[in-house]
Write a protein that binds this ligand. Sequence first.
Ligand SMILES: NC(=O)c1ccc[n+]([C@@H]2O[C@H](COP(=O)([O-])OP(=O)(O)OC[C@H]3O[C@@H](n4cnc5c(N)ncnc54)[C@H](O)[C@@H]3O)[C@@H](O)[C@H]2O)c1
Length: 269
Amino acid sequence: MDPNRLVGKNILITGAARGMGAANAEAFAAQGANVCLGDLDEDEAGKLATKINASAGGRAIAVKVDVTKREDNKSAVAATVDAFGSINVGVFNAGMNKPRFFMDIDEENWDMIMNVNTKAMWLGMQETARQMIAQGPMEGQPYKLINVGSIASRKPLVDVTVYCTSKYGCLALTHCGAIGLAEHGITVNGYAPGVVVTPLWEQLDKDLVEIGFKDREGQAYDDIVRDALQIKRVSYPKDIIGTASFLASGDSDYMTGQMIHIDGGWCIQ
Ligand SMILES: NC(=O)c1ccc[n+]([C@@H]2O[C@H](COP(=O)([O-])OP(=O)(O)OC[C@H]3O[C@@H](n4cnc5c(N)ncnc54)[C@H](O)[C@@H]3O)[C@@H](O)[C@H]2O)c1
C-alpha cells in the first residue's frame, strides 16, 4: 500500500464500525487520509479510531450517526470539518438487509431497508455536497462522493426484493448525482460487492434459512459460488479496499457516474 496515496484527503465514511466500512477506513488512513467514522455503534467506531490513531498514517475520529436522520448526517460532516479543516470525500457505506419473499414484504420491512440503504444515501450525499459547495472548488481536483451499491443494484434477487429496490436506488443516485453535482466539481461513483463475509452476510445467511430459501446455514455461499461466480470463492473486506481506495484517490479524477462491480463476475452471469 502506498502510504501517501490519500494524503490530503479528509474522508467521512458511514457504517465504519465493522465490516467493509471498517476495513476501508483502516486502509484509507494507512494511505494517509484522515477519516471520520460515522456509525450507530459509537463504541466500536471509537475503538477503531483509537487503533487507527495508534498506527502510522492519517488521523481518525468517531461520531455517533443514524444515517437515516438529516441532522446526524449534517453533524457528521461538521465533525469532519472541525477535526480536519475540510471534507473532500464522502463514502456512503452504511447498509442493512432483511430478506422476504415478494408476497411477504410488509411496510416495516420496506421502510427499514429503503430508509437505511437509499434515503440515507441521498441525505448523506446532499449534506456532504452542501459543505463541499460551501468550501468552493479544489484546484484541479474534484470532490468525491462514493456510493456502496451491490450485485443487487443490477440483478433481481427475489428473496431480497426490497434490498434490490434499495440498491437499484443507489445506482440511480450515483447516475443522477454525477449529473446534478458536476457543475460543483463533485464526482459521484460507487462500487458494488457480491458476497463479502461480514456481519451483514453472516446474519443474512441465517435469515435465508429462517424464511425457507435455503435448507442450512452456509448453503447460500455454496450455491452462489457454484452457480453465479466466475472466481470460485466468496470475498472478504480486504478484496474491496483496493477499489474503494482507487475511487477515493486522484487516480479516479476523470471518472463520474460509474458503479464498479467487485463481485467475482456475478453481474455478467
Ligand atoms: N456483505 C456483503 O456481501 C455485501 C454485498 C454487497 C453490498 N454490501 C453493502 O456494503 C455495505 C457494508 O456492508 P457490510 O457487509 O460491511 O455490513 P455490516 O453489517 O458488517 O456493517 C454495516 C455497518 O453499518 C452500520 N449501520 C447500519 N445502520 C446504520 C444507521 N442507520 N446509521 C449508521 N450506521 C448504520 C452498522 O452499525 C455497521 O457497523 C452495505 O451498504 C451493504 O448493503 C454488502
